[in-house]
Ligand binder design. Structure first.
Ligand SMILES: NC(=O)C1=CN([C@@H]2O[C@H](COP(=O)(O)OP(=O)(O)OC[C@H]3O[C@@H](n4cnc5c(N)ncnc54)[C@H](OP(=O)(O)O)[C@@H]3O)[C@@H](O)[C@H]2O)C=CC1
Ligand SMILES: O=C(CO)COP(=O)(O)O
Length: 329
């Protein structure tokens, strides 16, 4: 298996940063973006001034607005927002190229993890998942980063790793596709909660407690959905949780911070062009947890805040009034 020419589906910050990684080792990359101004900026000025301003791209990254052009590529990195992945893959040519799913979320209407969505939209395509603590702007400038690449087929995983990894973009392999996806999806919801704590001025003790208790929720949900404990404790789970819960560089954390400062979630969401995936994952995750009988109080609190069924003081009071329980269960 060799993947000389990579396709990237999605011209947001992360798709653009991954395109840069894919080109930095000397291979060609074709980036599909919906917006003509992104295609034009990448092809004529080697930048994506809309979603990743300030990063100079390798000239080997070319952009297109035509999904059909991806048929020329040997494998596709799929980097659309989670809720748009199905529609974009359904519209893409059906040529069975390996798909590396790089988005983080759960499909709202089906409750499906993204590898299931991709399997349904692109039947027969081999699937891998790339996830981890990866702010796009840091990756695009070549700062050291490590990720999990999960695939059921070890030969596919190794071939993809050999094509994509760089000294500053280290790839650790796994066979736990569901585990890699669940960590990335759940941490976005927990990052909103940590942003609320910051915006409300609840202190760093509270944030650390939320990260640890949030990790317990991620673990319970993951284990009930086929994830391995060690994947959840690795880069794509705990690693990404720590990154996203500690920085205003995170869109999810910033959304939560705004809510904690007293702004309305609807107003905050309508103002944004970039995606805060946790806002779409929270309702479906809360619904799945309730249906499966999995205790996820922080996720439920974020869902209530986003849907304006409760305010910050009310969810805080509810969380603090929960009966005492053993830490490990
Ligand atoms: N940014 C990051 O640091 C990281 C992001 N991710 C994940 O990558 C995924 C993409 O995020 P990111 O690159 O940051 O996105 P951005 O917020 O930077 O950009 C939004 C993206 O959404 C696309 N989009 C908007 N509406 C649609 C639609 N109807 N159909 C298809 N695409 C649409 C935009 O395409 P268009 O240009 O055509 O408008 C654009 O590519 C998310 O799941 C995110 O969680 C993962 C790791 C790191
Ligand atoms: O997934 C990310 C870092 O790993 C990016 O986080 P945000 O989407 O919250 O910005």
């Amino acid at each position: 298996m060799s993947f000389d020419r990579l396709g990237v589906i999605g011209g947001g910050a992360w798709g653009t940063a991954l395109a840069q990684v894919g080109a930095s080792g000397g291979g060609d990359v074709l980036l599909w973006a919906r917006e003509p101004e992104v295609v034009e900026a990448v092809n004529s000025r080697h930048e994506n001034s809309v979603f990743l301003a300030g990063s100079q791209l390798d000239p080997a990254v070319r952009a297109t607005g035509g999904l059909a052009d991806l048929a020329e590529c040997d494998a596709w990195l799929v980097v659309t927002p989670a809720q748009h992945m199905r529609a974009v893959l359904e519209a893409a040519p059906k040529c069975g190229r390996p798909l590396i799913l790089c988005s983080k979320g759960i499909e709202e209407r089906s409750g499906a993890l993204l590898h299931r969505v991709a399997t349904e939209a692109s039947p027969g395509a081999p699937i891998a998942v790339l996830s981890g603590p990866t702010f796009a702007h840091e990756v695009a400038t070549g700062l050291p980063t490590a990720v999990t690449l999960a695939a059921e087929d070890p030969l596919l995983a190794e071939a993809l790793r050999d094509r994509i990894s760089r000294p500053t973009f280290r790839i650790y392999l796994s066979d736990d596709v569901a585990g890699a996806e669940i960590g990335g999806a759940v941490k976005n919801v927990l990052a909103i909660a940590c942003g609320v704590v910051d915006g409300k001025g609840l202190g760093q003790n509270a944030r650390a407690a939320l990260i640890a208790r949030g990790f317990a929720e991620m673990t319970r949900f993951g284990l009930a959905n086929g994830a391995k404990r060690e994947t959840l404790a690795g880069l794509s789970g705990l690693g990404d949780l720590v990154l996203t819960c500690s920085s205003t560089s995170s869109r999810n954390f910033s959304l939560g911070k705004g809510i904690g400062e007293g702004r309305s979630p609807t107003e905050l969401m309508s103002d944004r062009k970039t995606v805060a995936e946790g806002a779409f994952t929270a309702p479906v995750l809360a619904r799945l947890a309730e249906k499966m009988g999995i205790d996820m109080p922080v996720v439920a609190a974020v869902d209530k805040l986003l849907s304006a069924r409760a305010n910050v003081d009310q969810v805080l009071q509810e969380l603090l009034a929960r009966p005492p329980r053993p830490e490990v269960h």
